[in-house]
Write a protein that binds this ligand. Sequence first.
Ligand code: BDR
Ligand code: CA
Length: 305
Amino acid sequence: TTPLIVDTDPGIDDAFALALAAHSPEVDLIGVTTVFGNVSLEHTTRNALGLLAALGRPDVPVAAGAARPLVHPQPHVSRAHGDDGLSGLAHTLPVGTADPRDAVTLLRDLLLAAERPVTIVPIGPLTNIALLLAAHPGLKEKIDRLVVMGGGLAGGNITAAAEFNLWSDPEAARRVLVDEDVPVTLVPMDLTQRCAVTAQWLDLLSASSPTGALLTSFTPAYLATYRRFLGWDGMVLHDAVAVAEAIRPGLLTTARHPVEVDCAHGPGRGALIADRRLEAQGGIDVAVDTDLDGLRAFLLERLGH
Ligand code: BDR
Ligand code: CA
């Protein structure tokens, strides 16, 4: 089994992603680190602890990381995840106790102790990962791969140009995706949006298992937002797509592109710029396609177990 760490800001789709990681025998979830993002660090940490306890994995250490971006704070935005990150239902979860270490220290300790290279799945702003790579460059060789959810090839979701996770800390994203020589598979929103699930799919999941019922309990308000803005009866499970790739390497088809993250303070701040010209060489693996129905069936089977 592959040792796996999830760096997260739960977040409704993060909750699905954590459940997938916690319930997959192909991987050993050895730790979870939290970051500000969908809501404050206090909420994302409480949510990660509560979710793991509710999922029967209180054994997984959870350490709190960055409460704000590396360099420039972004304006506060209200997101579809509710004030507590879980549609106002975070209080229904058990209360857990965070690891006394901070996220970078837990990541360091887990990497040092791991007998096999570790897969890290960052599904929030990349602040903790940038700090880890800056503080402990020698530990890169213990990282098998980062499977990052973030960026949009054809525009964004939080601004016209930028996707939320990259926009939340562009300087950190630039460090991780561009400056550091660490293997990355980037799962952009262009693909995650195509992996959207319908309200019927969620109903099936809800009826399938206690985990399914727990996860779908957070979704009604989120679904209402999709209905209002897109006229569409379903939702996107962005972060679960990245975890699925970590569990089943190669599940997503990738193309290798050099990338840049716009760190200027203009309308493009936080945008992913992938060089898709024929002559472009090197870069990171960007997920561009998958068997969409196969992925939805896999998620249903795993989360509904
Ligand atoms: C990303 O932003 C967050 O709201 C989601 O949890 C996901 O990680 C999608 O843009
Ligand atoms: Ca997230």
